[in-house]
Unconditional design. Sequence first.
Length: 454
Amino acid sequence: MEEQIYQNFKISNNTDKTPLLPKAKSLNFMLLKSRALWLFVLIIFISSFFGFLGGAFSFYQAQKLMGNLDIKFPFLFSKQNISQQTFGEYTPQTSQEQAIINAVKNVSPAVVSIIISKKTPVYEQYYTNPFNQFKDFFGPGLPDIQVPQLRQNGYQEKEIGGGTGVIISSDGLILTNKHVVLDAEATYKVFTNSGNEYLAKVLAKDPVQDLAIIKIEYEKKIDKDGLINPNPFPVAKLGDSENIQIGQTVIAIGNALGEFRNTVSVGVISGLGRTITATGGGVVEVLADIIQTDAAINKGNSGGPLLNLKGEVIGLNTAIASDAQSIGFAIPINMAKRDIQQFQATNKITYAFLGVRYVLINEQIKKENNLSVDYGALIKKGDNGEVAINPDSAAKKAGLKEGDVILEFNGQKITNENSLSKIISKQNSGDKVILKVLRGKDTINVEVVLGERS
C-alpha cells in the first residue's frame, strides 16, 4: 500500500527524480489525521443538531401542555418572542384567572381610599414647684422641687382611621360604609387609584343599613375652544345580588389596614342571608340578610366592593368576625341601589316605619304564647319594659294592639326567612299597605299608611 502511494505521488509530482518516500509517508499521515478530524467534527455537529431538535421538541410539548401555544416552533424564536417569554406580561393559565385579572383592572380605577383625620389637642409638658405659693409665708428656704405637668397647646390635624369606597357616578358620588364616615367632626379625604387627592363631603347616611354616600368634585379642564369641560371619574358597574350563589367566586378590593391601597383578595360566597350584630367605634348595629364570604377582608376594607367574575359590584364589604379566620360580611348591592336611587331622587335616604316591637314566631314562641299559628310577627313589649307600639306611629294610628300577630304584609307571608323588617325595608314612607292580622281567634285586615323612620 505504501509503495502504491509513493508511485502515484512520484508520477504526478516528482520532477527532479529525488527519492520522496519519507515525505510521502509524512503527508499521508497528515491527510489521515485531517480526515479523522473532519469526521469527528461532523459527528459532533450531527449529534448537536439532533440534540437541539430533541430539546426544542420537548420544550414545545411542555409549552403545549401549559396551554401557551404562542410559540409555534421553538428553534425559530424571534427576539420579540424571547423577550415576551422572559420579561413580558404574565400569561394567565386558566379562564378564571384571566377573569379575575380583567375584573381587577376594570374596577380598580373606581375604588378609592378614604382617610379620616380630625383635629386633636396637642399637649406639652412643663414643670412647677408646688412650694412656690408658700414662699411669702416660709421665706426663701423652701426646697426647689420640680413637678411635671401637662397643658394643652393648640390643636393638630391627625389621621385617626381609614376606609374604602367605590365611585358610582362620573360626577363623584361614592358609596361606602356608614361607620367609615360616622364622625361629623372629622375630615374625610379621598385618594384615587391614580394618586389624586380630594376633599369629600358626606351627603347621606342610611338610618338602617351600614351605608353612606359621599361626594368628591371632579376636575374641570379647559378645551381648545376655551370651554370648561368636566373630567369624569371612572365608575364601577353595579351588578345584581338577587341570584348570587353559595360557592360563587368573588373578589374583594380595599384599603387594607388603612395603608395598603387597592389590596385584592379572592374567595367564594360562603353564606347568604346572614344576620349579625356589628360593633365598632362605640356603635352597635344589627345587619340582616347580608353576604358571608371567605375572601380576606381586613380593617380598612370597609366600604370596598365585592365583585363577581364579570367585574360587577355585588356587595359592599362591611364587617369581619373578629374571633374567626376568613369570615367576612358584605351588604348586598341591591340594598345599596335602593339608597342610591332614593338619594338621587330626593337628596336623602329614608325608610318606611311601622312602629311596632315584635318577635318572629317559631315553635317555641308558639308554645310559650299559646298561639294557633307558627309563623308571623307577634307584637309584644320588650324584656325591659319597652313599649310594644310606638306613640304617634303608623301602627298606633292604624289601631294595632299588643298581642296582635301580623301574618301577612301586602300579601307576603311573614316568616323567619322573610321577616317583617326585611319587607318594610323595601317600602317607602307614605306607602299604603294592607296587613293581615290575627287578633285572638279572629283574622282581620288593617290598612296602614307607613311613616318615616327618623
